[in-house]
Design a protein around this ligand. Structure first.
Ligand code: UD1
Length: 358
């Protein structure tokens, strides 16, 4: 069986790591296409080196742009790669513009498409990711859902016959990296900023709804600065670019900005933090798996289990954010809605079952 993975943005490299490893173990012929959506070494290359991912076989080098330009450039470049390689499956990941472009390019060429992380919904159509994931699910032949909630969404949209519950591959990679960094003393942000164990929060903000309007961006940063303990903002290039364009300084009050971290350093920093404040999807779940209380600066989440179990709170920027970031730890839970760390093996099985028609 020949599988082609198409990835392009930071969270997709994290998901690719356990898949690439499982494919190697199963002897599957796996090729990797990097669209080039993310190109800064700290958003791309470090994930391949730190997580032991095979180097991409093709790099499309599309870079940044408006949604139309970026997605269109990927579509145009993917045609030739797909035509040449004709894999048995194209595997697409998550909900970025790279995901949608690859699904659309492959399905138009009658190449079977499998969507990893299928069935997630925020029901917020202002989010580009919501459009990407709905369209990708409906274009795909095999829907690999991480959670039962995802399976339920797919069933409601008439897609149950194509859906398989495999668990979450981010749990696989997180548990592996957690065990690797557990023996290290401290972490990058404690060392570099002189912070004490469990005395700071780690923050990431990159969603257009939080970054693109300077007034909202300022309110978000003011709220982070008003928290009663140090907050380290791992500043995404989108946020940095928007701050520069609007002439806004990041640091204020408790808030200190820091460059984005490589994945093992991020996980280590979260493990040593008292809380996480974020609008990232993946980080909400990683923090939950590490049992670090999370404050999510969004009106909805796709990872509803983290909220239902009391470990994640959805807030608006302002006093709500500040209060939530200062709250006490919730009651412990041994719930495991994101699988047991063996989702990648289930993905291999699902693809093989589909090929043999079981
Ligand atoms: C993208 C995904 C989002 C994902 C996020 C993870 C889409 C629509 N969005 O958002 O789902 O959560 O990645 O980080 O696919 N930039 C750089 N260097 C880079 C990449 C981007 O400086 O390597 C800057 C550019 O100014 C660019 C901006 O960041 O215009 C936004 O990048 P883009 O890839 O369009 O979206 P993200 O916000 O990264």
């Amino acid at each position: 069986m020949r599988v082609m993975s198409v990835v392009g943005a930071r969270p997709q490299f994290v998901k690719l790591a356990p898949i690439d490893r499982a494919f190697k173990e199963a002897g599957i012929d796996h090729s990797i296409v990097h669209t080039g959506q993310h190109y800064d070494p700290m958003l791309s290359d470090v994930f391949f080196s730190d997580l032991g991912i095979s180097a991409p076989d093709h790099h499309l080098g599309v870079g940044s742009g408006t949604h139309g330009r970026q997605t269109g450039a990927m579509l145009a470049a993917l045609d030739a790669v797909l035509e040449n390689d004709r894999p048995d499956w194209v595997l697409v990941y998550g909900d970025t513009n790279s995901t949608l472009a690859a699904a659309l390019a492959a399905v138009k060429m009658h190449i079977p498409v499998a969507h990893l992380e299928a069935g997630l919904r925020s029901f917020n159509r202002r989010m580009p990711e919501e459009i990407n994931r709905v369209l990708t699910d409906h274009a795909s032949d095999l829907l690999l859902a991480p959670t039962q909630v995802g399976m339920d969404h797919l069933a409601e949209e008439g897609l149950a016959s194509r859906a398989v519950l495999v668990g979450d591959v981010m749990t696989d990679v997180l548990y592996q990296v957690r065990d690797e960094v557990a023996t290290r003393p401290g972490c990058v942000v404690m060392d570099e900023l002189g912070l004490a164990e469990g005395a700071f929060s780690v923050a990431t903000i990159h969603r257009p709804d939080n970054t693109d309007d300077p007034a909202i961006l300022n309110t978000v940063l003011d709220s982070l600065g008003a928290v009663d303990h140090p907050v380290v903002l791992l500043a995404h290039p989108r946020l940095v670019a928007k701050c520069e364009a609007a002439g806004i300084a990041i640091d204020r009050g408790s808030l200190r900005s820091h460059r984005p971290l490589a994945y093992p350093d991020l996980i280590a920093s979260v493990m040593h933090a008292r809380g996480v404040i974020t609008d990232s999807g993946g980080l909400q779940k990683e923090a939950f798996l590490l049992r670090i209380p999370t404050t999510t600066v969004r009106p909805q989440t796709e990872w509803v289990e983290t909220v239902e179990l009391g470990w994640n709170v959805l807030v608006e920027p302002g006093p709500e954010l500040v209060a939530a970031a200062q709250r006490r730890r919730p009651q412990d839970t041994d719930a495991a809605p994101y699988g047991d760390g063996h989702a990648a093996a289930n993905v291999v099985q699902a693809l093989e079952d589909c090929v043999t028609g079981i």
